[in-house]
Design a protein around this ligand. Structure first.
Ligand code: MG
Length: 170
């Protein structure tokens, strides 16, 4: 399994990832982290913008599933039920088991799958180890605590490398 922290692509926000972008790359299944990727951790319910983004994916026959390390099963369960999407909880990222379970459930191969997340050491490492497209977003709400700011600084060079590869183009 390759050990790489570098995302294939970095976006400012999940909403920049369009069905067209995913379709061009043959992606039929989008796996996604929850906390700080789709919503701040303190946000108990999905907002309207997130609901519309998920609806657009579904309209374009792109399956969507949450793969979360969140140990509070209640939050993930309720958030995903409200959103109407399946999830793999206790995923143990950077282990690939949650991603592989998601692909198995969806009937999608790794070349048809992308993993979206905000952290290199869990989400992007798991994506690269699993051999799926690794898509990263800046954390929702930005870095707030001291630890988040440290993490943010440590992640910066890898994100910069990914952005340089694309030269800011789509
Ligand atoms: Mg996260």
């Amino acid at each position: 399994m390759p050990f790489s922290l570098t995302p294939d692509r970095v976006f400012d926000c999940y909403a920049q990832i369009t069905p067209a972008y995913l379709k061009e790359r043959g992606i039929k299944l989008l796996l996604s982290d929850l906390d700080f990727t789709l919503a701040a951790k303190s946000t108990p319910r999905p907002d309207q913008a997130l609901r519309e983004w998920i609806a657009a994916l579904k309209e374009n026959d792109i399956q969507f599933m949450i793969v979360s390390n969140n140990r509070s099963g209640k939050r993930v369960t309720e958030f995903c039920a409200d959103l109407g999407v399946p999830y793999e909880g206790h995923a143990g990222k950077p282990s690939t088991r949650g991603l592989e379970a998601g692909m198995e459930r969806a009937g999608a191969g790794k070349s048809e799958t992308a993993m979206l997340g905000d952290k290199l050491l869990t989400d992007m490492l798991a994506a690269n180890r699993a051999g799926v497209l690794a898509l990263m977003v800046e954390p929702v709400g930005g870095a707030v605590t001291a630890w988040q700011k440290v993490l943010h600084a440590l992640q910066a060079p890898f994100k910069a490398l990914s952005r340089r590869r694309y030269g800011g183009r789509d």
